[in-house]
Design a protein around this ligand. Structure first.
Ligand code: ZN
Length: 470
């Protein structure tokens, strides 16, 4: 009589077979930390002085790369949408800050529905992964993705955001997330003198100006850099706090994305105090008192960003590959930044330059590696490859393989590019941009009273262009 193996042997064999079966290795995780307008021009001296300990640690164990901005536009919404889609402006459809729409003769701010092609979060979702995206440009209404999204209109910053939640649906996806994080919104007027003391000292008159400027008619405050400081600081605080909260309360998504904006905001309006030597003599002299009191506003903004990044790194799985990315650099406009007895003139001393940053570290990245022709179009496919995913044929950029650790590539070989599923047609929400929001845009000088994008003279010697950006 043939003997049958006892049940326990069968069970053990099954267990052995299961545990030895080839199982999917855990998906490599990536964090995409956007810092608007960050430049090595400011970062390098601060690294040398030991003032950016968290970026320093990333560079020590990773790569430091100059990231060439988009040749098409120096407007931040255009560039960031190229970064997250790998496409040019004609393909992604975000052509500036605002577009004709709303009431006749007016312009409205570009919305997520205006973006015509899939973004990184769609690509990651199609490849079976999850994304948590916080504060990226033109993400309102928050998009339904595999994961969560905090739209850029969540903060009360320069461009959008003084909506009450009921006036602006879809600030977050899913909607319920709003209840969990709404308490973290730092309103512009809640800024305290103590918390900006590390950036600069402000007289009573300046502080009053800072607290009230955005409530006045745009003609009075046009271009006042104190407004940019206030909104930028509070927006950075809001997005930093929401990032930490979601990293603590939610499972870390495969791709975590967030956005800090203060370096750009103050870069536009305090460059004269930071680098007075960049102002040509024939343009005037920078007020020495401003240099003394506000020379640290820009470095302080970077230190603040570094602190938020350090806190996020502490929450992220240590096996996360981290990318710190900016859309462009910054340089002097040539303006001495105004005169001290007329605060309304204090502004517009910094403009964009094409050299952004890419700092990369983690399991996918070879320490000490670099690449000298990296550009904003390469971020999509480099991010996907660092997640072990197929790059996208939609992107005009490439995988920056020079940065990758050979061991990582052995475990996660580069895959052929794949096509993206087109997005279903999306209708922009017809809600009008709020008055408060528009007055902020006007106050900073990005749009005029009709909502049209304003144009500014760029740096000395270059042609006129669409300045700025957030
Ligand atoms: Zn800018």
């Amino acid at each position: 009589m043939p003997s049958r193996p006892p049940l326990v042997v069968l069970a053990l064999a099954l267990l052995f077979a299961t545990s030895c079966a080839p199982s999917e290795p855990p998906r490599p995780k990536v964090a995409f930390l956007g810092v608007d307008g960050a430049t090595f021009t400011v970062i390098d001296p601060l690294l040398k002085a030991g003032k950016l300990p968290n970026l320093a640690k990333l560079i020590d164990r990773g790569a430091r790369v100059v990231l060439e901005s988009s040749p098409e536009s120096d407007a931040s919404p255009v560039i960031w949408n190229s970064i997250i889609t790998g496409t040019g402006m004609d393909e992604h459809g975000i052509l500036s800050f605002t577009k004709p729409g709303g009431r006749p003769g007016e312009h409205r701010i570009y919305q997520s529905a205006d973006r015509k092609v899939p973004a990184l979060w769609h690509m990651v979702g199609e490849r079976g992964g999850t994304t948590g995206a916080i504060g990226l440009w033109n993400t309102w209404p928050a998009e339904e993705i595999e994961g969560y999204m905090i739209s850029d209109r969540f903060t009360l910053s320069l461009f959008t955001r003084n909506f009450a939640a009921e006036q602006a649906p879809a600030l977050t996806y899913p909607d319920e997330l709003l209840d969990e994080v709404a308490h973290l919104i730092a309103a512009p007027d809640d800024i305290s003198r103590e918390e900006v003391a590390a950036l600069g000292t402000f007289s009573d008159a300046e502080w009053t100006e800072l607290m009230t400027a955005d409530k006045r008619k745009s003609g009075v405050v046009g271009g006042n850099g104190l407004v940019a400081l206030k909104f930028g600081f509070q927006a950075q605080k809001t997005m930093g706090a929401v990032s930490l909260e979601l990293l603590r309360t939610q499972e870390q998504p495969d791709l975590f994305m967030t956005f800090l904006e203060l370096p750009d905001r103050v870069g536009h309006h305090f460059w004269h105090a930071y680098r007075p030597g960049d102002v040509p003599k024939r343009r005037g002299t920078v007020e020495p008192e401003w240099v003394e009191r506000w020379g640290n506003v820009i470095p302080g903004a970077y230190e603040d960003a570094d602190r938020w990044i350090g806190e996020m790194l502490a929450e992220l799985d240590p096996d996360t590959t981290v990318f710190v990315i900016s859309d462009h650099g910054m340089q002097a406009s040539g303006s001495p930044g105004g005169v001290i007895d007329n605060l309304a003139t204090m502004a517009h001393s910094g403009v964009h330059r094409s050299d952004g940053i890419l700092i990369a570290a983690g399991p996918a990245i070879q320490a000490g590696s670099t690449v000298d022709d990296a550009g904003v179009f390469d971020i999509v496919n480099t991010t996907l490859a660092a997640m072990g995913m197929a790059p996208s044929s939609q992107s005009r950029g490439r995988v920056l393989t020079e940065l990758f650790a050979p061991g990582f590539l052995a475990e996660h070989p580069l895959q052929p590019p794949r096509d993206e599923t087109p997005l279903p047609p999306r209708e922009p929400l017809t809600i009008e941009d709020s008055e408060a929001h528009r007055s902020q845009l006007e106050a900073i000088g990005y749009i005029d009273e009709t909502g049209e994008n304003k144009r500014f003279d760029r740096a000395e010697g270059s042609e006129a262009g669409n300045d700025d950006g957030k």
